[in-house]
Design a binder for this molecule. Structure first.
Ligand SMILES: Nc1ncnc2c1ncn2[C@@H]1O[C@H](COP(=O)(O)OP(=O)(O)OP(=O)(O)O)[C@@H](O)[C@H]1O
Ligand SMILES: [Mg+2]
Length: 228
């Protein structure tokens, strides 16, 4: 398939949550195109739909309506979508995810944590030689530590390394510095920027931290489930 610039394209997507008789439009008719090599920060007040949008763009959740195309493939259209196994495949092949809570396995070392996705679903082209990745993230002297022996910033860098071990095209990060002080947040911002500039990694970031958002190439503000 020919590579088009847009790796993710959402057209008029909605995500409606039902709570009893009440309907909440968490995403309310939003269109956005993400091109390869983009670094986008989504910002906006609490409840504006940032997490919902990131989950939709990253195929972790299905829109209620609208059209979503990922890597040239229609993932969802008119209320119909791909099967769960097709979605799982897209998630594994295309995306890496990092979250506010780092979700490291406490009994595994740094190196073992990073290799977990590799052990479960090795992707073609991925390498078991993770040393360059550890070096890039400044973790080469930490690889035999347990997560409990690391600082918060180091834990998040391990989570980033784990998200990158299968060489995703797009890194999705929901409040990756929510648990970190401003110094550590800057560090993570620099790492994301560097991965974007040097490796061409597409980065989609959700954050309340305006300093971190400023590291992105483009900021998109959300309000009430729409682009503000
Ligand atoms: N599973 C759910 N069921 C019902 N409503 C939900 C669900 N998830 C989110 N919502 C609602 O959808 C809206 C958007 O939520 P979302 O989590 O996307 O906001 P957010 O911008 O990420 O907020 P925050 O900055 O607080 O993380 C909110 O009104 C929220 O209450
Ligand atoms: Mg959120």
């Amino acid at each position: 398939m020919k590579a088009t610039p847009a790796i993710i394209e959402a057209e008029n997507i909605k995500k409606i949550y039902k709570r009893g008789a009440e309907e909440i439009a968490a995403i309310n008719g939003l269109s956005v195109a993400v091109n390869r090599g983009d670094f986008i920060a989504f910002v906006g007040p609490s409840g504006s739909g940032k997490t919902t949008l990131l989950n939709l763009l990253g195929c972790l959740d299905n829109p209620t309506s609208g059209k979503l195309t990922v890597n040239g493939r229609t993932v969802h259209q008119d209320g119909r979508g791909l099967s769960e196994s097709q979605l799982t495949r897209i998630r594994r092949e295309l995306f890496g995810y990092i979250f506010q809570k780092f979700y490291l396995i406490p009994t595994l070392t740094v190196l073992e944590n990073i290799l977990v996705p590799f052990a479960f679903f090795r992707k073609e082209g991925a390498s078991q030689d993770v040393l360059p990745l550890l070096k890039k993230l400044g973790l080469e002297n930490r690889m035999n530590h347990l997560p409990g022996q690391l600082s918060g910033g180091e834990m998040q860098r391990v989570a980033i390394a784990r998200a990158l071990v299968n060489r995703p095209e797009v890194l999705l990060a929901d409040e990756p510095t929510g648990n970190l002080d401003s110094e550590r947040s800057r560090e993570i911002g620099k790492v994301l920027r560097q991965l974007n500039e040097e490796e061409g990694l597409t980065v989609l970031l959700v954050t309340h931290n305006l300093e971190l958002a400023a590291m992105a190439r483009l900021t998109i503000s959300l309000r009430d489930g729409r682009i503000a």
